[in-house]
Design a protein around this ligand. Structure first.
Ligand SMILES: [Zn+2]
Length: 343
């Protein structure tokens, strides 16, 4: 969510104290200097689950066959809740989300993770086509829910829609970046932490996070409960981020979190703490350090290419999935011939 989400922000804040005191998970100190294991998904067993196919030629595919442009811009799309009756600032209906997927597909975009963008890893984008990064903020149950039992993915949750879309759209892989909360209100805790929130169970949280990683999606930090980082001391800022990274590490031990999305797009007073810092757990006395390779803002349009000399990974701009903004942005990129095209 961005700075315009006052009601949800208030709700998140209201639950924060409780979340901060009530968390009983055991955490391991995350690896901070880990080698980049099986890229891009960091899944240990079978990282080729979704990415093993060779990128096919784009000749003849809708939107493909363009001249390479490695300095062009890359759309990074920002989603919050997927569902509801009508579109709002932080809600994209199922119908609109499906339409967005169709729109980018027919224009010749293929999904990659933010970490792949950083690494100039465009293996999942056939030559003549363009990368797009889908980013899902806040870890709401609407993004990823189970129907009644663990592992049975709700076809109307964001992930279920994504999987269905992939079945009928060749070349559409499980790539996307989930910037998660692990102690937010309203079930914004690894996609739902109780039956009140779309019937989700607390015990399913880690399984969902693990599944995302195994499938090739990227796990990204978004703080513990969505604190407005400019309002807090350096110590609290680092605690908010470190405890989020600890939570991800509890679900997927050893996972190196590389991406961070600023809550509300608001920087802490000490900017550098958004990408690097540490916090010592008073209980275990363990120090958790974090060092992100990128920081995502809330808006700002399509982001620069990693080949662009002005590319700044600590300021990745995004396009909020609001109204017609995505379609208009893609149209503008084509009209100005300023679109990244893989070679
Ligand atoms: Zn958010």
């Amino acid at each position: 969510m961005s700075r315009r989400s006052a009601p949800l922000a208030a709700a998140l804040l209201a639950a924060a104290t409780f979340a901060a005191c009530a968390k009983g998970d055991t955490h391991r100190a995350p690896a901070t200097t880990g080698d980049s294991a099986a890229s891009p998904g960091q899944a240990t067993a079978d990282s080729t689950t979704a990415g093993g196919e060779v990128a096919a030629s784009s000749a003849g595919a809708p939107g493909g066959g363009r001249a390479p442009n490695l300095n062009g811009r890359i759309p990074v799309l920002e989603y919050h809740v997927i569902g509801g009756e009508k579109n709002a600032m932080y809600t994209r209906t199922v119908a609109s989300f499906k339409a967005d997927l169709e729109e980018v597909y027919k224009r010749g975009y293929r999904p990659i993770n933010m970490s792949q963008l950083l690494d100039k890893d465009f293996r999942d984008v056939p030559p003549g086509m363009s990368p797009v990064v889908f980013v899902f903020d806040d870890a709401s149950p609407e993004q990823f829910s189970y129907l009644g039992e663990a592992g049975k993915i709700d076809p109307n949750s964001g992930v279920g829609i994504w999987l269905d879309f992939a079945k009928s759209h060749p070349g559409w892989k499980n790539r996307g970046t989930f910037c998660m909360l692990n102690g937010g209100a309203a079930g914004h805790n690894f996609f739902g932490d109780g039956p009140k929130f779309k019937g989700q169970q607390k015990a399913w949280r880690f399984q969902k996070v693990q599944w995302l990683n195994q499938q090739g999606f990227e796990l990204c930090s978004h703080t513990l409960w969505h604190a407005r980082l400019d309002k807090y001391s350096d110590a609290v800022v680092q605690e908010q981020i470190a405890r989020n990274v600890m939570g991800i590490d509890s679900a997927v031990p050893g996972y190196r979190v590389r991406s961070f999305a600023l809550p509300y797009g608001i920087w802490p007073k000490n900017r550098a703490l958004a990408w690097s810092g540490s916090w010592t757990d008073p209980k275990s006395k363990k120090t958790v350090t974090y060092k992100f390779d990128d920081v995502m803002e809330v808006s700002g349009g399509p982001t620069r290419s990693p080949y662009d000399p002005a590319f700044n990974p600590h300021s990745i701009t995004r396009i909020e999935a609001v109204g017609d903004d995505i379609r208009k942005t893609l149209e503008r990129l084509d009209a100005t011939n300023n679109r990244f095209v893989a070679k």
